[in-house]
Write a protein that binds this ligand. Structure first.
Ligand SMILES: *[C@@H]1O[C@H](CO)[C@@H](O)[C@H](O)[C@H]1NC(C)=O
Ligand SMILES: *[C@@H]1O[C@H](CO)[C@@H](O)[C@H](O)[C@H]1NC(C)=O
Ligand SMILES: *[C@@H]1O[C@H](CO)[C@@H](O)[C@H](O)[C@H]1NC(C)=O
Ligand SMILES: *[C@@H]1O[C@H](CO)[C@@H](O)[C@H](O)[C@H]1NC(C)=O
Length: 295
């Protein structure tokens, strides 16, 4: 797949998340669980997932994606499972904190029991996608939310407002929109300010829609330090992150914080929270540097 945005994969999340899940996220999840205390019944928390390879657990058709080939899946589950990772992805960790099974990929909906979807939610994420169309021919986030809306409308019994009130959504924007834009623009990384604005205003619409469908807690990933992705470190023989590329992540995340603050200001209590992958990656990379040889 060469250039096609796949370099944004899940390299460090596994190592970091197993030891240091982002604090904000645990606190938020904890609040949700406490709110459930006393009335929490098995299967009441559903997880709905939108976005890209950081959270996709197997939506790509088997014949079309490298995620179904080795060495993906090497450490978990031991064979390729459609995840763009050697092991677990962010979705799996969050599901585990919530004490539920990782929700099934939407692509499996005809193969699995409706009981499982009804109890644990659904994963609508497709690796390589963005809020806009990217180089991959898979559903962008708008289409993913359309699938969700269809499900909510078709199964009113299961997805009514009351039952949805204890549900959680994860939205991952790891940067495939940027990768697409930069590639189309002859690898020019300058003047991306307007690109950031349009990505985030589309994301804002998407978040409003997910909330409008009844989800009361929505986590959005802050962008990882893209200057630390292996491809960006070639010029320093894989030694140093590109500060220049990282400044794009920092700018994106600053604007994201503003949007999240604005959105939360418009609701009676905070709905939206940030899953800070930037700090997660940086901590993992610093630990790595101090303990060379650890994996
Ligand atoms: C998402 O994809 C659909 C189908 O390709 C397209 O019509 C729509 O414009 C896309 N949405 C955005 C926000 O790019
Ligand atoms: C960004 O948007 C502003 C206002 O719409 C415009 O004046 C400017 O030329 C744009 N910059 C680029 C690089 O497209
Ligand atoms: C990496 O960064 C360190 C600290 O700034 C510097 O000493 C070293 O020369 C850099 N390595 C390369 C290959 O650029
Ligand atoms: C939140 O709302 C208050 C009152 O409407 C306003 O003064 C404040 O600037 C808002 N903050 C943000 C971050 O939008």
């Amino acid at each position: 797949m060469g250039n096609k945005a796949y370099f944004l994969c899940c390299l460090c999340i596994y190592a970091y998340m197993t030891t240091f899940p982002p604090v904000d996220m645990i606190e938020e999840v904890d609040v949700v669980l406490k709110r459930q205390h006393g009335k929490h019944k098995h299967g009441e928390i559903k997880l709905f997932v939108f976005g890209d390879s950081y959270v996709d657990t197997g939506n790509w058709p088997k014949s079309m994606s490298s995620s179904w080939k080795r060495p993906y899946g090497f450490t978990y589950p031991g064979y390729p499972s459609g995840r763009f990772s050697d092991g677990l992805v962010l979705t799996d960790f969050i599901a585990s904190f919530l004490g539920i099974k990782s929700p099934q990929p939407y692509a499996n909906r005809k193969k699995i029991s409706s009981h499982e979807m009804d109890n644990y939610g659904v994963n609508f994420a497709y690796g390589g996608t963005g809020v806009f169309n990217t180089f991959v021919d898979q559903p962008n986030m708008t289409t993913q939310i359309n699938y969700f809306q269809q499900l909510v409308e078709e199964e009113e019994q299961v997805y009514n407002k009351e039952k949805m009130s204890s549900s959680i959504a994860i939205v991952s924007v790891a940067g495939n929109d940027y990768a697409t834009f930069i590639t189309k623009n002859n690898n020019n990384m300058e003047d991306l300010g307007n690109v950031t604005k349009s990505i985030l205003s589309q994301l804002e619409l998407n978040l409003r829609r997910i909330h409008g469908l009844g989800v009361q807690k929505i986590g959005i990933t802050a962008m990882e330090p893209i200057g630390c992705l292996p491809k960006m470190t070639i010029s320093s023989s894989y030694e140093n992150c590109s500060e220049y590329a990282n400044s794009l992540s920092i700018f994106h995340n600053q604007m994201l914080h503003q949007i999240i603050d604005k959105l939360n200001n418009q609701t009676s209590r905070p709905i939206f929270f940030i899953i800070d992958l930037y700090s997660a990656f940086m901590t993992a990379l610093n630990i790595q540097q101090n303990h060379p040889g650890n994996s």
